[in-house]
Design a protein around this ligand. Structure first.
Ligand SMILES: [Zn+2]
Ligand SMILES: [Zn+2]
Length: 228
């Protein structure tokens, strides 16, 4: 929508309202974005034009941890400055007027996309998917977890720490897969590995010794039987 501001450009203290519906593009982390309600005012403050508005959008997103689709409402305040001549092109908050009009679609679409998170979760406490069977752990724990002898509780805790990385479980499993995949190539040929050997610092994966430790003991983790 084009908003003509010729009637307030020369009048300090004047303002002009706007309200319209805008089809916004779905951000990368979302599947779909419904039409957004855009509203606000352009103010002439001592000769400078300032836009203050708001975006009310409803999006359909897929959770980055459990993949479930969910609806997300977002209200985003937007401030922008409008000018007839652009003296500082590096400032992304300044938009150029054309014949006294501002392109509000451009102002709000730019603000919306720049503000969007690259990863979206259905809930901050989302438990994600089991890295072994793929079950959605928000629906309850899966069968992958065995009851262990109380004497081995410490070992179980160690394994739980491993599983607790559910928020980045997908990335962790990819990282481990790459290690296994390229290990042979690296050790036998001395060639540089294709995949990444360095654990990404963002991942909370247990250390190498942490992973190696339970393997020998795992055979002892016999499920306990409840006598009836
Ligand atoms: Zn989720
Ligand atoms: Zn499982």
């Amino acid at each position: 929508m084009q908003l003509n501001l010729n009637d307030i450009i020369g009048i300090p203290g004047a303002s002009k309202p706007f309200e319209f519906s805008l089809a916004l593009p779905a951000p990368t982390a979302c599947i779909m974005c419904g039409p957004a309600l855009i509203s606000g005012y352009v103010y002439n403050i001592a000769g400078a034009l300032e836009l203050r508005g708001e975006i009310q959008a409803t999006m359909t997103c897929a959770c980055d941890r459990c993949m479930a689709s969910f609806t997300m409402k977002k209200t985003q305040p937007v401030t922008a400055y409008l000018a007839e001549i652009l003296s500082n092109e590096a400032n992304p908050d300044i938009f150029l007027l054309e014949n006294g009009s501002v392109d509000l679609d451009e102002v709000f679409t730019t603000a919306f996309l720049l503000d969007m998170e690259s990863k979206i979760v259905c809930d901050e406490d989302c438990a994600g998917l089991c890295i072994t069977c793929g079950a959605n752990l928000n629906d309850g724990s899966c069968a992958c977890k065995l009851d262990v002898d109380p004497r081995l509780a410490a070992l179980q805790q160690l394994l739980d720490t491993d599983n607790a990385a559910s928020s980045n479980a997908k990335e962790v499993s990819v990282w481990r897969f790459q290690r296994v995949r390229y290990q042979d190539r690296d050790e036998t040929n001395g060639a540089a590995p294709i995949g990444s050997w360095t654990r990404p610092t963002s991942l909370s994966v247990p250390s190498a010794t942490h992973i190696a430790c339970p393997i020998g003991l795992a055979e002892l983790a016999v499920p306990t039987r409840t006598e009836k």
